[in-house]
Design a protein around this ligand. Structure first.
Ligand code: GAR
Length: 215
């Protein structure tokens, strides 16, 4: 199968980006990162890929008069590098419907909670404050709403009585790295099927004959 080209949007630490890079380097994901785009020139995520053979771009919101122009600059970078799947990996901005419609079912996000619970910012803190006994991580396609798109994968972790935001975030983050890699791999293997807002995971392709039959 041809390698899919990924574009990764980041704003900060970049540990999910790192997980994707590591998975590609160890052949757990057959894909290529076409470009890493940061809205923050200081993002640690940029340092993680410095020196690797991965193009990077900084697109700062303040350099553009409108959100539309800012997003057009991001789209121009994605197009320039022939990106097929856009991964939000700690990208802390809401994308407009115009952007999302440009990449239908081709923008994924990782969220540190079991959606639809605790969307938006500080999901781990929201979970602790609410007093839930399990939380987790969700990988979903991005739609026009806030963390409301079709769910691809979810997995839970326990919330312990003595958890702090830091300890719960750490437990969820380990899970995020595994879950995001799994979701991207499924996409690259063309095993994600959307039926309305329900996502189904197809079984692994067995052989070329079966692959031919599916088309
Ligand atoms: C991750 O925990 C991710 O789930 C979260 O930001 C962190 C980024 O970490 N994203 C959101 O909360 C989006 N609503 P990273 O930069 O180390 O990947």
């Amino acid at each position: 199968m041809r390698k899919k080209v990924l574009g990764v949007l980041v704003s900060g630490r970049g540990s999910n980006l790192q997980a994707i890079v590591d998975a590609i380097n160890s052949d757990r994901i057959v894909a290529k990162i076409g470009v890493v785009i940061s809205d923050n020139p200081e993002a640690n995520a940029l340092r993680r890929v410095a020196g690797l053979d991965i193009p990077t771009a900084v697109v700062e919101r303040k350099k553009y008069a409108s959100k539309q122009e800012f997003e057009a600059a991001i789209i121009a970078q994605l197009d320039l590098h022939h990106v097929e799947l856009v991964l939000l990996a700690g990208f802390m901005r809401i994308l407009s419907p115009q952007f999302i419609n440009r990449f239908p079912a081709r923008v994924m996000n990782i969220h540190p909670a079991l959606l639809p619970a605790f969307p938006g910012l500080d999901a781990q803190e929201q979970a602790l404050r609410y007093g839930v006994k399990v939380s987790g991580a969700t990988v979903h396609f991005v739609d026009e709403g806030m963390d409301s798109g079709p769910i691809i994968l979810q997995e839970a972790v326990p919330v312990e009585d003595d958890d702090t935001v830091a300890t719960l975030s750490e437990r969820i983050l380990h899970l995020e790295h595994r879950l995001y890699v799994r979701a991207v791999r499924l996409y690259c293997e063309e095993r994600i099927l959307m039926e309305g807002r329900t996502v189904k995971i197809l079984p692994p392709r067995q052989n070329p004959r079966e692959e031919g039959e599916r088309h």
